[in-house]
Design a protein around this ligand. Structure first.
Ligand code: SAH
Ligand code: SF4
Length: 375
């Protein structure tokens, strides 16, 4: 299922590609740079606003490119500090982007830190048993322009809040690639999008503040190790023994822990950055003391930080999160072993901030027909 938009999405084009377009249309090379200023620094929403570009060229741009890859449909604001954007794509598929504001108690000019969680696919083929995106199967990969456009939507939201202080560099602090989809299954488009986000002419967003989360695609993790990438990697572990992990994450049957752990270690050694292990706590499924000890051993081996996430209820699934005492008991095993860890007492619970849930509710039941991988 490949999606070919009617017009090329301009936010998915590299500077070289825009320069090539300028050349083809008889414009000097610097026009491409001027164009990117409008796209990423001033972040205008229409061609008309690009006043220093010749009108005839603007018309040519409009004919060849689309300026809006996504259409915001719904912005739900939770009682705490989360915005969840439901975005409609050109082919009427839906994705979601989540904005999380964490209040900061320290000194400084900012009173909150903003993390944006983006999607990379429509649905997901990996079928993890606890995940709403997995339930719905895979529909298609997002194009680079659709990945970048999610960040621009968030910029628009922030720019509209403070129209007079539109910063050249976006006002959010972190990007986590933890929304719908498996990012490393859409490797090339993800890498192209990250290069645009990171480029000086693009959003100029520091790669070190981008975290890509994967369910453990070993060949792609190996491929990543060979690239000159600065972003952080998070591994969705959720089970610290093959027995438990394979039960809830089918991908573990293809790439079991004895393959995943060395690949993750090689990445960490090559890039010198601390890995994060994500671990959802699900009552009676993966929250035993044995799993806590096994998780401790893996975290030690990888020198990784562990992020414990109390399970977020998914409609249609009977699982639930362990009570706080049980969560704390699990965490105490890590603490005793001096493993760096956090428990995410997560934000946005009242608007279902876990991946895939909002969209799933919009589409139930007739769209549960995506592709699923069998392992
Ligand atoms: N496919 C990638 C990235 C998207 S999932 C991956 O699996 O890492 C993003 C994160 O949301 C993952 O850590 C995933 O395990 C978590 N998640 C999925 N369903 C959840 C739920 N019901 N409650 C809490 N976290 C959930
Ligand atoms: Fe896909 Fe990640 Fe959800 Fe698993 S947890 S189904 S890999 S999005």
């Amino acid at each position: 299922m490949k999606y070919l938009p009617e017009k090329t999405l301009i936010h998915g084009e590299s500077l070289e590609e825009l320069e090539a377009f300028a050349k083809e249309t008889g414009q000097p090379k610097f026009r491409a740079k001027q164009l990117t200023e409008w796209l990423y620094k001033k972040r205008v929403k229409s061609w008309d606003e690009m006043t220093n570009l010749p009108a005839a060229w603007r018309a040519q741009l409009e004919e060849s490119f689309s300026l809006s890859a996504v259409r915001p449909l719904f912005n739900s604001e939770s009682k705490d500090v989360t915005n969840k954007l439901l975005l409609q794509l050109g082919d009427d598929a839906f994705i979601e982007t989540v904005l999380i504001r964490a209040p900061m108690r320290g000194v400084g000019q900012k009173d909150s830190r903003i993390t944006v969680c983006i999607s990379t696919q429509v649905g997901c083929a990996y079928g993890c048993k606890f995940c709403a995106s997995g339930l719905m199967g895979w529909k298609r990969d997002l194009l680079p322009g659709e990945i970048v456009a999610q960040l621009l939507e968030v910029c628009h939201l922030e720019d509209d809040r403070t129209p007079r202080a539109k910063p050249e560099i976006p006002s959010f602090d972190n990007i986590v690639v933890m929304g719908m989809g498996e990012p490393l299954a859409n490797y090339d488009n993800l890498m192209k999008a990250i290069r645009i986000l990171n480029a000086d002419w693009g959003l100029k967003f520091g790669a070190r503040r981008i975290t890509v989360s994967t369910s453990g695609l070993v060949p792609q993790i190996k491929q990543l190790s060979e690239e000159d990438v600065q972003f952080r990697l998070a591994i969705s572990l959720h089970g610290a023994t093959n027995k438990v992990r394979a039960k809830i994450m089918p991908i573990n049957r293809k790439y079991p822990l004895e393959e995943l752990i060395p690949a993750a270690k090689a990445f960490a050694l090559k890039h010198g950055r601390m890995l994060t292990l994500e671990y959802i706590l699900i009552e009676d499924i993966n929250d035993s003391l044995e799993e806590a000890h096994a998780l401790t051993a893996i975290a030690k081996q990888l020198h990784a930080h562990v992020n414990l996430i109390p399970y977020n209820k998914v409609e249609g699934l009977s699982w639930k999160r362990p009570n706080v005492r049980r969560q704390d008991t699990f965490a105490s095993i890590l603490k005793k072993a001096e493993i760096s860890h956090t428990i995410r007492r997560e934000k946005g619970h009242d608007i279902d901030a876990a991946c895939g849930q909002l969209r799933l509710k919009e589409e139930i039941p007739d769209n549960l027909d995506g592709v699923r991988l069998e392992f």
